[in-house]
Write a protein that binds this ligand. Structure first.
Ligand SMILES: Cc1ncc(COP(=O)(O)O)c(C=O)c1O
Length: 359
């Protein structure tokens, strides 16, 4: 087997190595089932136990009870862009959107296909390099809900506060920072996250809905897109393998000490990287300091012509996937939960050496 490199991919992203080894060990035969987890019925006791354990672990990590429904759906976070308004917006109603990046724009586009939207705030004027301050938002007291993207994967910005939407239902696309820090659950009505960055492999999307908000959903929605179909017993075959891995990642998170401990590790990694970026003019972080993401650290080289060399040099030194998103270019180091601190230290050392030899 080729050597694993330090992985800075924005998603699907790095998973804990211990989880991968456990999966490898169990892959041909799961427990006493006599078959692989990929070959057993989703109605079997073995799978039901995995599904229930994933939900229990997530409830414990987030400090929530049965008032929250947890679902593992297919279609990615992009499906949620549509499923949210289908369930909670009508043609004559308006939903509020915080437009802080490309994914937020895509979410708003889907809502426009169902009803009206009101832009609470946008950072489009500065190529999405900041999170607009709450004092400057344009509120709509009659909005059906307000949607935001807690971490902007492409532009490297993150909300460092929970939006105060004055009692309206708050909906969050948490795809790229889900379970990287504690979440103020009481302030939210619905949270969704594609699994493939912080909690598991691609194929499952975690959707959490508070029961009282679910009660307010529209009727007449096609079966598979109706959240009501997926709360309670499994309606159809879930992404079995993805949920199986997610359960193991959640166990790993609990063993690490939960979300508060995870947050401290993530702060330490991000601080180390931003400090290295701030120490020289050779590198130029793209996000405004107050809005910088702890998950996706985006920067340019002062001499942009050196960026391809930086990415290939990093690869030669054991680090992969540092190229920025194709729409913005530059460098992006995604340092999700499972990215070890040694990966960041290795990157920082490489950055210094690259500057010394190319500066
Ligand atoms: C914040 C955010 N939302 C949504 C998506 C889209 O996710 P998916 O590919 O699961 O549809 C992404 C993907 O990178 C993302 O980063």
């Amino acid at each position: 087997m080729s050597k694993r490199l330090f992985n800075f991919s924005a998603g699907p992203g790095v998973l804990p190595e211990s989880v991968m080894l456990e999966v490898k060990e169990e892959l041909p035969v799961l427990g006493d089932t006599g078959a692989s987890v990929m070959e057993i019925s989703h109605r079997s006791a073995a799978y039901k136990a995995i599904n229930a354990s994933a939900m229990e672990r997530m409830r414990r990590l987030l400090g929530i009870g049965e008032e929250w429904h947890i679902m593992f759906l297919q279609g990615g976070a992009s499906m949620q862009f549509l499923q949210v308004p289908m369930n909670f917006l009508r043609a004559d109603e308006t939903a509020g959107y915080l437009v802080t990046g490309a994914w937020a724009k895509k979410a708003m586009k889907e809502a426009k296909s169902i009803g009206n939207v009101h832009v609470y705030a946008s950072s489009d004027d500065q190529n999405f390099n900041y999170i607009p301050a709450q004092a400057e938002w344009s509120y709509d007291e009659d909005a059906r809900y307000v949607h935001y993207t807690s971490n902007n994967t492409i532009f490297g910005t993150e909300f460092h506060f929970t939006p105060d939407v004055k009692g309206l239902p708050l909906i969050c696309d948490a795809s790229s920072n889900f379970l990287s820090r504690p979440i103020n659950m009481a302030s939210h009505a619905l949270i969704y996250a594609g699994a493939q960055k912080n909690i598991g492999p691609a194929g499952a999307t975690a959707v959490l809905i508070r029961e009282d908000f679910l009660q307010t959903k529209n009727s007449g929605i096609p079966t598979m897109l109706d959240y009501g179909t997926h709360v309670g017993d499994l309606y159809n075959t879930p992404p079995v393998f993805a949920v199986y891995v997610i359960e193991k990642v959640l166990k790993w998170l609990e063993e690490k000490g939960g979300l508060a401990a995870m947050e401290q590790e993530n702060i330490a990694k991000a601080d180390q990287l931003y400090a290295a970026l701030g120490a020289t003019d050779f590198y130029r972080p793209t996000a405004r300091p107050d809005s910088r993401s702890r998950m996706n650290v985006t920067f340019r080289l002062a001499d942009e012509g050196l960026e391809a060399k930086f990415v290939s040099g990093a690869k030669a030194n054991g680090m992969t996937d540092l190229k920025g998103h194709r729409s913005v270019g530059g460098i992006r180091a995604s340092i999700y939960n499972a990215c070890p601190s040694e990966a960041v230290t290795t990157l920082v050392d490489f950055m210094r050496e690259f500057e010394r030899t190319n500066g």
